[in-house]
Design a protein around this ligand. Structure first.
Ligand SMILES: O=C(O)CCC(=O)C(=O)O
Ligand SMILES: [Fe+2]
Length: 297
């Protein structure tokens, strides 16, 4: 923990821990075992005709299934029962128990029968815990590039997952829409629409069972499941707790001072909109200069 704090955490750098003792889950969490112990639990899952889920074309839908049916389908390539097509992809990101979506995912609460099977490295203090999220996906499921506002450890229990990371310093090259990058195909980017994307430095790794990846808050990440796999992640707070949005259950709402600043920028844009173009652009340059000057090195 001391080494982690000094060399990684304080520098806000990612870290890959290989072959960590993550507990019995690594051996125990087979499809059959999970189907048996979690069988009738209802889960809401993403269903998509292809692996690459797109928030722009919204090519996926949400369906509720019993856990045992979900996991059997997710582990198979072709389905006898399906919603969209016989080789559709499935993805579970576990959520809280509250029907109105007001609480966070916590495997101790939603999946108490398997929670004790996981051990995770002590990288943070218990008081800073935010959520623990089960993530299970079909082969080929790709989660679009996005950032979260909590520190994160992504734990691979079974299967293999390619993870691409981009530094917060390269945000400008990622063409964000909210917390997500509009560059959906990071391997074959549309360079006409996103010419600056090639300037972003990409860090990449392949997670295998027992690997734990520390993803600092604001680091953009994109994952592709190479095969069907089970994992989970733990989010925790780094900032003083009062800075986080209390209504955030996913760990992706901007900290309160930051979301106020972004909404102030939008107000500034609206104020400038009443001016003729040359004046507007002149004052936009002055505003940009003020923001640039405010950056700390
Ligand atoms: O690989 C996944 O399932 C997505 C992981 C992720 O976005 C996260 O842990 O924040
Ligand atoms: Fe994420």
């Amino acid at each position: 923990m001391e080494d982690f704090q000094e060399h990684i955490f304080n520098h806000r750098r990612p870290l890959l821990l290989k072959n960590v003792d993550i507990g019995d889950c690594k051996e125990k969490w087979t499809v059959e075992y999970l189907a048996e112990v979690l069988g009738p639990n209802q889960v809401k899952v993403h269903v998509c005709p292809v692996g690459n889920m797109s928030f722009i074309t919204k090519n996926f839908t949400y369906k509720t299934l019993e856990f045992k049916d979900f996991i059997k389908r997710a582990a198979a390539e072709v389905h006898s029962e399906w919603f969209l097509c016989e080789n559709e992809s499935y993805y579970l990101r576990s959520i809280g128990s509250d029907k109105r979506g007001r609480d966070v995912a916590d495997i101790n609460k939603q999946f108490p029968r398997i929670a004790k099977d996981v051990r995770f490295p002590q990288l943070f203090e218990d008081k800073d815990f935010f959520s623990s999220v089960i993530r299970i996906g079909s082969r080929g499921v790709q989660i679009w590039t996005h950032y979260d506002v909590m520190d994160n450890m992504l734990i691979q229990v079974s299967g293999e997952k390619r993870v691409a990371l981009f530094s917060p310093e390269d945000t400008h090259y990622l063409y964000l829409s909210g917390d997500k990058s509009q560059v959906l195909d990071i391997d074959n980017p549309d360079t006409t629409a996103f010419p600056e994307f090639v300037k972003a430095t990409r860090y990449e790794t392949l997670l295998t069972p027992g690997d734990v990846l520390f993803i600092p808050a604001l680091w953009h990440h994109n994952t592709v499941a190479r095969v069907f796999g089970v994992g989970l992640n733990v989010f925790w707070k780094n900032l003083p707790h009062e800075m986080y949005d209390k209504t955030d259950v996913y760990g992706n709402k901007d900290p309160l001072p930051a979301s106020k600043a972004l909404s102030d920028v939008n107000k500034a844009i609206q104020s400038l909109n009443v001016l003729p173009k040359t004046y507007r652009n002149f004052y936009i340059q002055r505003a940009i200069a003020a923001l640039e000057d405010a950056k700390l090195s």
